[in-house]
Design a protein. Structure first.
Length: 171
């Protein structure tokens, strides 16, 4: 994540106690190529990471959100002329960050356009419900443009985690 970590996390302060980027308990990220198989790769990466962090019980909700965010980045945020399946620098990156009681999933892409939640009453439609699902399964989500040397944006989703068992029993 480098030096842009604090910039990337700034919008997470909306209505929540501040998150100190230096206090991240765990962080992991992976580059995702411009091909739809990358959604499966993102899910596998998320599974391994959450299991490693002993929060695998949150996998279903987190995986759904990761799938939607990565799919949206691949479908809507890449320029039309982006070579699909090419081995160039991957244009999308998934970041997972965990604090004691919060997990943040963030997807970075090269677009400066804001994500658009489509209003739809047709829940049987093939597409258009992604951000509705993200909103339904997370405690908070948002996006912001990147600053500094990185261009594009980050779309993030926050999940509250139960306090660790040891801390809960001592309080």
């Amino acid at each position: 994540m480098g030096t842009n970590g604090s910039t990337m996390l700034e919008p997470l302060r909306q209505g929540l106690p501040p998150l100190d980027p230096a206090a991240v308990s765990d962080a992991a990220s992976c580059a995702l190529p411009a091909r739809y198989e990358a959604v499966r790769e993102a899910r596998q990466f998320t599974r391994r990471t959450l299991d490693q962090w002993d929060i695998g019980e949150r996998f279903d909700d987190v995986c759904l959100v990761v799938s939607e965010l990565v799919t949206n980045a691949l479908r809507h945020a890449l320029p039309a002329d982006t070579p699909r399946g090419c081995e160039q620098e991957p244009p999308v990156r998934l970041h997972l960050m965990r604090w004691t009681t919060r997990l943040v999933c963030a997807v970075r892409d090269p677009s400066h356009d804001s994500p658009v939640a489509r209003e739809t009453d047709d829940f049987s439609a093939e597409s258009g419900r992604g951000l509705f699902l993200v909103d339904s399964f997370t405690d908070s989500w948002g996006w912001h443009p990147l600053a500094g040397t990185l261009s594009g944006k980050v779309v993030w989703a926050l999940f509250r985690l139960p306090p660790p068992a040891a801390a809960a029993t001592t309080e």
